[in-house]
Design a protein around this ligand. Structure first.
Ligand SMILES: [Zn+2]
Length: 72
């Protein structure tokens, strides 16, 4: 699955200041994710691990990280 887009890291945070800070798993991308809509060159923050994303204040995406505590 996925869009075929190549991402720089497995996890990408949404840095759009008008949305909640969510982190997405590019290895489990869903249609409902806003990941494909991220203009990631400008609005995505790459993370190698989820721990790094959480430490930076990001919450897990409900669609691609539903198993994570606090996903929404
Ligand atoms: Zn997602």
């Amino acid at each position: 699955m996925g869009t075929g887009t190549q991402y720089p890291t497995r996890y990408l945070g949404d840095a759009n200041p008008y949305r909640k800070k969510h982190v997405h798993d590019t290895a489990n991308e869903k249609r409902s994710c806003t990941l494909h809509a991220l203009e990631w060159a400008r609005n995505a923050v790459p993370f190698d691990t989820l721990e790094q994303a959480y430490a930076a204040g990001y919450a897990p995406c409900l669609f691609c990280l539903p198993q994570e505590p606090g996903a929404d």
